[in-house]
Write a protein that binds this ligand. Structure first.
Ligand code: 6PG
Length: 247
């Protein structure tokens, strides 16, 4: 299993380490392929990471001209809605960096869900020249129910084998979400999962040490087919794991 776990005292230290990891991968990808493609996670955990990447301290360390930002999932709301993952990233990072607008590939989540998903899949096909999308990095969070991106427990999207980006039902939230599929995520060169807080400790044990039951804990579907996966955990989230450093 090509997965590693890194545990940090708190979210601040975790975010600093994840920022350095992002920068390292970006420099390596740009040097090797001339660009860096990353699918960003939504939710609240990655906010300090995005804030760190947008801070003046990092000035000059990232060549934003060659960095392409995508979203791993999005809520079905307009870009200025308080729940929008795009709005969160704009507030935490985009508003502080000089990145060409054409490098920001926003999900058109203001459209009807299925139309939005097809439209974004076309955006991905255009960028990856019709080849199966292979992001240099996919950033993910994990809900306390074991979901990731918008792949929710018992949702139809867990069984999608062919599409890259779909509208998926979120049964518990009684709404639709837009998300990369498991296969699109698993095709990435690098996957980084950022998990922090006591509320994630219980489910993290089930995910990493329990039975394989992806319909219940969908993040168990995530494993790079030909790449590396790193879990960035804080001590609160990792506290129930038996031996995290020797995963
Ligand atoms: C979203 C995310 C989602 C998130 C988890 C964890 O759109 O909300 O993509 O998958 O990563 O729900 O959210 P927190 O980081 O807020 O705990």
């Amino acid at each position: 299993m090509n997965q590693r776990i890194k545990v940090f005292p708190n979210l601040d230290d975790l975010s600093k380490a994840a920022a350095e990891y992002f920068i390292m991968l970006a420099v390596k990808s740009i040097r090797k392929r001339g660009y860096f493609s990353v699918a960003l996670s939504g939710g609240s955990t990655p906010k300090p990471l995005y804030n760190a990447l947008g801070s003046p301290d990092q000035e000059g360390r990232l060549d934003w001209e060659k960095i392409h930002l995508f979203w791993g999932d999005e809520r079905c709301v307009p870009p200025d809605h308080p729940n929008s993952n795009y709005r969160m990233v704009r507030e935490e990072m985009l508003s502080k960096i000089m990145i060409p607008e054409e490098n920001i590939h926003r999900v058109p989540a203001e459209l009807e869900p299925r139309g939005a998903a097809y439209s974004y899949e076309e955006t991905l096909r255009g960028f990856f020249k019709g080849q199966w999308p292979r992001f240099d990095l996919v950033l993910l969070g994990m809900g306390d129910d074991g979901h990731t991106a918008s792949l929710f427990p018992h949702s139809a999207g867990l069984n999608e084998e062919h599409r890259w980006f779909i509208a998926n039902d979120a049964p518990e939230l009684d709404t639709w979400r837009l998300t990369l599929t498991k296969n699109a995520i698993n095709a990435a060169r690098h996957i980084a999962v950022i998990v922090a807080g006591d509320s994630k400790a219980e489910v993290l044990v089930d995910v990493l040490e329990g039975d394989y039951q992806p319909d219940v804990t969908p993040i168990q579907l995530i494993e790079p087919k030909n790449g590396q996966m790193v879990w960035f955990l804080d001590q609160a989230a990792a506290k129930k794991l038996s031996d995290p450093e020797n995963f």
